[in-house]
Ligand binder design. Structure first.
Ligand SMILES: NC(=O)C1=CN([C@@H]2O[C@H](COP(=O)(O)OP(=O)(O)OC[C@H]3O[C@@H](n4cnc5c(N)ncnc54)[C@H](OP(=O)(O)O)[C@@H]3O)[C@@H](O)[C@H]2O)C=CC1
Ligand SMILES: O=C(CO)[C@H](O)[C@H](O)COP(=O)(O)O
Length: 476
């Protein structure tokens, strides 16, 4: 039997589907999973793709089944398990072999792993994959980091399995070492913000307008046929319309309001903060997930503080209000994406990657969780202005912000006055209002810093005097 062209370790949700996708595109693939039973079941269930899959029960057997130089995808739980898996593989590999970590790694781990293989003859690729189960099976968006030469060796197979947007594959080499995993992290940070903003809009419809899950699902369905058309809006309609088989009630009403998180949102916020780039939408979304997980504390606080004492949520024209909600969501979404791209732009300089913004937007148009029509507009904006300081100052998006930010202001105001939490939507408004104001209020902060710490300030008239007359005698 001929050797496999590629290997894959980890037959969980993502790995199993990716392996089937690879086999379906005509590639012969060797597979290995820590739990042998999973490998056996995976192969037994592979149907007509069985003949292209080589199930292996030991690492030795797995490595021997792949034709050198071997590309090996590692799609397992992120973190230490990847280091352990790499250590287990290494003694069996030969010069030229490539280990490709396709999980949601912290890009700093990816940089370390990349460096650790220098001078060994082995190569490391850190590859972000997005699209969930369905994407992995039928076409994910793939963000590759590593040497360009190593990408060239796997480009054909990755292109064959990637999602296509108007025939263009949603895969690209984005830069050296951690570039691919950094971009995937920010993709997820944006995903967090997008999801949180959708949840806040749902909250206004549920707790403000007192609409049922089914009715709210209808609203999202309508929006999905308009400018908000996207995978996340599409699945929101579906989840809101689903019925719980156990109770016959709307499924969403039976789900505990505690959101999980595995790290990528938090890493996005940390890296943004570390580089001094505001990513308030992502930060608000991460914090909202953390607050959501404090269920018992929230219930206790509600008993002690009560809900905000505001009157009945009043809306004079429901249809106009729902149109405002649609535009508010679009405006807030622009803020979150603008921030995500600004973080990537800063990281590109910080880590010397030359991240290609139009390409990133292009490969997010299909396959990934944040895929949307909107990303085609971002692709076009960055193609016309690849060095724009911020998405919101490109002509197309500046026009869109001006058109929709009034709605965002009305919705945030209504929610705040109605006592409904909208931290991510409000963060977008705060971001727009701060970013577009040439003269802000940090002059007071600078004066305070100088007063208590003699930190100095620059003057608006450029005069060579950097301390205020605060009277301590130290700062004059
Ligand atoms: N689910 C999703 O939507 C997406 C997930 N990802 C990322 O892909 C990676 C895999 O996720 P997913 O498929 O969902 O995870 P699953 O939980 O479905 O599968 C986890 C896999 O990791 C293996 N594994 C766990 N610990 C170890 C270890 N110490 N050594 C070797 N193998 C180990 C498991 O093997 P065993 O069967 O023996 O337990 C299993 O094959 C993660 O990094 C995840 O963040 C990326 C994009 C989307
Ligand atoms: O990468 C993904 C989607 O793009 C994974 O589904 C990831 O698990 C999502 O992050 P979290 O679990 O923290 O919500």
């Amino acid at each position: 039997m001929s050797q496999a062209e590629i290997g894959l370790i980890g037959l969980g949700v993502m790995g199993a589907n990716l392996a089937l996708n690879i086999a379906e595109k005509g590639n012969r693939i060797a597979v290995f999973n820590r739990t042998v039973e999973t490998t056996r079941k995976f192969h037994a269930d592979a149907g007509e793709l069985k003949s292209r899959i080589v199930p292996c029960e030991t690492i030795e057997e797995f490595v021997a089944a792949i034709r050198p130089p071997r590309p090996i995808i590692i799609m397992i739980k992120a973190g230490e398990s990847v280091d352990q898996q790499m250590e287990a593989l290494k003694p069996h590999l030969a010069s030229g072999d490539i280990m490709i970590d396709a999980g949601n790694a912290n890009f700093r781990d990816t940089m370390r792993r990349f460096d650790s293989l220098k001078d060994t003859g082995l190569t490391f690729i850190g590859m972000g994959v997005s699209g969930g189960e369905e994407g992995a099976r039928h076409g994910p968006s793939i963000m590759v980091g590593g040497t360009e030469e190593s990408y060239a060796r796997v480009e054909e197979v990755l292109t064959s399995i990637a999602a296509k947007y108007d025939g263009e594959p949603c895969v690209a080499w984005l830069g050296e070492n951690g570039a691919g995993h950094f971009v995937k992290t920010i993709h997820n940070g944006i995903e967090y913000a997008d999801m949180q903003m959708i949840a806040e809009i749902y909250g206004i419809l549920r707790d403000g307008l007192r609409m049922t899950a089914e009715e709210i699902g209808e609203v999202f369905g309508t929006w999905n046929r308009g400018r908000l058309n996207s995978y996340l809006i599409e699945i929101t309609e579906k989840v809101l319309k689903a019925t719980d088989p156990l109770t016959g009630k709307p499924m969403v009403d039976m789900i505990l309001d505690k959101a999980g998180q595995k790290g990528t949102g938090k890493w996005s916020a940390i890296e943004a903060q570390t580089m001094g780039v505001p990513a308030t939408g992502i930060e608000a979304a991460v914090a909202a997930r953390s607050i959501s997980s404090m269920k018992e504390e929230r219930e206790t606080a509600e008993k002690i503080l009560g809900l905000p004492s505001v009157g009945e949520f009043q809306v004079a024209d429901k249809a106009a209000f729902i149109t405002d909600l649609e535009n508010a969501l679009l405006a807030a979404k622009i803020g979150a994406y603008a921030q995500g791209f600004a973080v990537m732009s800063a990281a590109s300089k910080e880590f010397g990657w030359s991240l290609p913004m139009p390409t990133i937007a292009r490969i997010w148009r299909a396959g990934c969780i944040i895929r949307s029509q909107f990303l085609d507009e971002i692709t076009s904006a960055f193609t016309k202005a690849p060095d724009a300081a911020n998405l919101i100052v490109t002509p197309a998006f500046a026009a869109l912000v001006k058109e929709t930010d009034g709605a965002l202001r009305r919705i945030v105001s209504a929610a705040v006055l109605g006592g409904l939490p909208v931290p991510a939507l409000a963060s977008a408004l705060g971001y727009f209002d701060s970013y577009r104001r040439g003269r802000g209020t940090a002059n007071v902060i600078q004066a305070q810093r100088d007063f208590f710490g003699a930190h100095g300030f620059d003057r608006v008239d450029g005069a060579d005097s950097h301390h205020g007359p605060w009277g301590s005698g130290l700062n004059g």
